[in-house]
Each structure stands twice: as C-alpha cells, then as structure tokens.
Write a protein that binds this ligand. Structure first.
Ligand code: ZN
Ligand code: ZN
Length: 300
C-alpha cells in the first residue's frame, strides 16, 4: 500500500468554532489536528516509518486498570493479522509512573492515571502538550473511578474501550465516529454498557487506526520529542491540566450528541495543551449542546 508522505504543516488555529458538530460517520482521516510526536527514525522505501517507542507511565492504583493498560499497550503494538498492516510506527512500553501529583505531565511520555476525580460528568480525559504547531511533547490519560465504580460503567469492556481510546489520543489519533455506532474500534463512541455491557465490540483498535498512524508518522523529523530510555524531566507545572475544568481552556468543538469535546489552552511558555473529554451518557443526554463543565452532574 502506498502511503503519501505527511508534511509537518503548522495547522491553522481554529478560532471561535465552539460547538461545531463533528461528522457522525467514519472519516477518511482521523488524525487529531496532525499532532504527532517528533521522531528521527527513518521511513523505509515502502513509505513506512521505522518504529519509535513511547513510554506509558503507569500511575494506576489498581491491578484491574493496570491489566487494561497492558492490554491496550499490546493491542496498539501488534496490529491483528487480519488487518494486513505491514507495520506500526508507534510502539508503546509501560514504565513506572512518574507523575509527581495528580497526573502531572512528564516530558517525552504519556502518564496514565485513574482516580475518583469526582461527579464532574467525564469518564475519561486525554491531554497533549504541543510545541511548534504540531509536535506532541507530553501527554496524560485519566480514567474517572467516580463513574467506573458505578454499575453502568463498571465492566471490563467499557473500561477497556475508554483506556484504549484515551491512551491513543496521546498518539495523535482522533475518533473514527462519535455518533455511538460501532466501527469496531476503541476510537468510536459505541457504549459497552446496558445490554451491550457484555460486548467486546470497540474495545480494540481496527485496521483503519493503524493506517492512520502510518500516514501521520510517514516522515522524518529533525528532532525527537519522545523520551530516551533513561531520565525524563518533569514538565513546567503551568502546562498541566488539573481537576479544575477551567484549566482546560476554551471549548473548541463538541459532537452533536454531546459525548465528545475538545478544549484548548494557551500556556505561558508558548505551548498549547489540548484535551479530549469523554463525557458520560448522563452528562451528554442532559444537554447535548451545553459545555458540560458548567452543568451540575448530580448522582444518579
Ligand atoms: Zn513531525
Ligand atoms: Zn475521545
């Protein structure tokens, strides 16, 4: 398969597009704004980038979440044979968590966390810090046990779906669909809840995710933003997303059904922090077009 080289374009800023609806159908491309980790590994004659490795810091507090992270890491490293994907550019390896507090970012890595983040309407959160327009320098993925401890969401398939998706947002992947249909990828909004709680649909990546990664990464950067094998430096604190949703910045876009939002924040060091929010069914249904940060999310 021929892959066209993707150039490191500076993406135009999307200003004032709050509440613009996503397309509900599977799209030809689903990169997240062209964001990607800079990497100097070569591209071979078939157009595939030689793999580089991203560290996933395991700050998870339960064996169950650790198992879900492990499965997600393995799935993203090894495309199913049926996908007929020649290779994948981004390999993951799980390392000891390095977040100092509250899932703070650590340069060159994705830190993965769980916690009882409260009755705030979100199941999962993925943030990336961007410099130079498109290069990811650090990321975090958080799972909210306030909801995952409730009957509706507390099942292995829903947990796997959200873990697989939040981690992959930090690779630079967007959703394939946000309308609730299953494209059988964790990058969709099929809900493994209720009568579908036992379904393993949409708990793993599909072939299109790997095709997309190969497109996003089919170029050689002059620098690298993934951490080398040893020490990593903690990030400047002011790029971190905190439990306060106001720290997410401005709402840039939201799906028509209200389940998926992207926020953007400009930081004092010149970088941007972008955050994908995976809202609960309840938060989305209550008012699909609202900025769910400003609603009360009472316990059901
Ligand atoms: Zn690049
Ligand atoms: Zn998402």
């Amino acid at each position: 398969m021929f892959i066209t080289a993707y150039k490191c374009l500076r993406m135009p800023l999307l200003v004032g597009l709050a509440l613009a609806a996503f397309s509900g159908t599977s799209q030809a491309t689903h990169s997240w704004g062209g964001y990607h980790w800079a990497s100097t590994t070569p591209v071979n004659s078939d157009g595939y980038k030689e793999p580089f490795t991203l560290k996933l810091g395991n700050n998870l507090t339960t064996a169950d979440w650790t198992m879900h992270l492990s499965l997600a890491s393995t799935d993203w490293n090894s495309p199913d044979e049926s996908f007929k994907v020649a290779s994948t550019p981004l390999m993951t390896t799980i390392v000891t968590g390095q977040s100092k507090r509250n899932c703070s970012m650590v340069k060159g890595t994705t830190q993965v966390c769980n916690g009882t983040y409260g009755n705030n309407g979100w199941l999962g959160l993925a943030s990336i810090n961007i410099t130079g327009g498109t290069h990811i320098t650090q990321g975090t993925a958080k799972m909210n046990d306030t909801y995952f401890s409730r009957t509706t969401y507390n099942n292995p398939n829903e947990r796997q779906h959200v873990m697989c998706q939040e981690v992959a947002h930090t690779f630079g992947l967007d959703h394939q669909s946000t309308d609730g249909s299953s494209q059988n990828t964790c990058m969709d909004y099929f809900s493994n809840t209720g009568t579908n709680a036992g379904s393993t649909l949409s708990t793993r990546p599909n072939a299109h995710d790997f095709d997309e990664l190969n497109i996003i990464y089919a170029h050689v950067d002059s620098t690298t933003t993934v951490a080398a094998s040893t020490a990593t430096a903690p990030s400047a604190a002011d790029v971190d997303i905190t439990d306060d949703p106001h720290s997410w910045g401005t709402l840039m876009r939201q799906s028509a059904n209200g389940r998926s939002s992207v926020y953007e924040r400009f930081n004092r060091d010149g970088s941007r922090t972008l955050t994908h929010v995976y809202w609960t069914i309840e938060a989305a249904t209550n008012c699909p077009s609202c900025d769910h940060r400003f609603e009360s999310h009472e316990q059901h």
